[in-house]
Write a new protein. Structure first.
Length: 287
């Protein structure tokens, strides 16, 4: 439960990145290469602090050479492989969206990038709720149905609230204040067309992350991986249809929003099935 060390590492990484940008870009005129080196430096500095203060020799969890048994590695592989597959498929869907946007005309591609940057940051702001469900739900399940039900309701309520606020921010910036993101007025009309899909996708993103966390806590990792593989195929098909229909950047972002709503539907349906099955045996936290 060492929260301060990761916070310090992230803060130091951010400060190093910003100072590196100012030094390499402003002072030495290195442009994009300078920002890349500054980002790399920030990552390494933050990682070094995390390793020193979080996993040093005097810490409870110290990194030491250790030869683990074959049984340990087998158990780790069985437990981690579905989670890793789910993460890879999840990120692959984002890669498809980004790749599709970059295949459009220059104006569309340029208009996409600032909205995507804001969207990427805001959709990560609800990620701690996903992690909270994995950590706390198993403990609450041991306390009974009522306690676990209250936990899920509270965290889902937080996700919805954050989704409304962050979705509103995305919609406002894209629809009403694109000039805050870019100075080139030629991009503003295209950016404004993304207000609705950006708002809707962030609106539901936090809820999806919480439901993912609930299912991971219930050891439904394989289900999540299979669903995400299906969703990846759906996204690929819909993006191809979008290109054939000349829907442009709005079509790309429409696919993004649609995938999030599809994930929410899949998760709700799975939890309903789990709840009905548990009702036949004993009270369930999600009934």
């Amino acid at each position: 439960k060492n929260v301060s060390t990761p916070v310090k590492a992230v803060a130091l990484s951010l400060v190093t990145n910003v100072l590196g940008d100012l030094l390499l870009v402003k002072c030495f005129g290195m442009g994009l290469a300078g920002t890349a080196w500054a980002t790399l430096a920030g990552t390494w500095v933050g990682t070094a602090l995390l390793l020193r203060d979080g996993y040093g020799a005097s810490r409870p969890v110290a990194l030491r050479p250790h030869r683990s048994s074959r049984r340990f590695w087998h158990g780790l592989l069985v437990a981690a492989l579905p989670v890793a597959l789910f993460a890879v498929l999840n990120n692959s869907a984002f890669f498809l969206i980004q790749g599709a946007a970059t295949k459009l005309d220059v104006i569309s591609c340029a208009a996409h990038q600032p909205i995507w940057a804001v969207w990427s940051v805001t959709q990560m702001m609800t990620w701690p709720l996903h992690q909270a469900m994995q950590v706390y739900l198993p403990r609450f399940l041991e306390q009974g149905a009522e306690a676990s039900r209250k936990l899920v309701k509270v965290v889902l309520g937080m996700a919805v609230g954050l989704g409304v606020a962050l979705g509103g921010l995305n919609g406002f910036l894209a629809g009403f204040a694109p000039g805050l993101l870019v100075h080139d007025a030629r991009l503003w009309p295209t950016m404004q067309t993304l207000a609705q899909p950006a708002l809707l996708s962030i609106l539901i993103a936090g809820t999806v992350q919480v439901l993912d966390g609930v299912l991971l806590a219930l050891k439904q990792t394989r289900f999540l991986a299979v669903c995400q593989a299906i969703n990846l195929g759906v996204a690929f098909t819909c993006l191809n249809l979008s290109f054939q229909g000349s829907w442009g950047l709005v079509g790309v972002w429409g696919v993004l929003a649609g995938i999030f709503f599809l994930r929410a539907l899949q998760n709700f349906m799975k939890l309903a099935v789990i709840s009905q099955a548990a009702d036949r045996e004993k009270p369930m936290a999600f009934s």
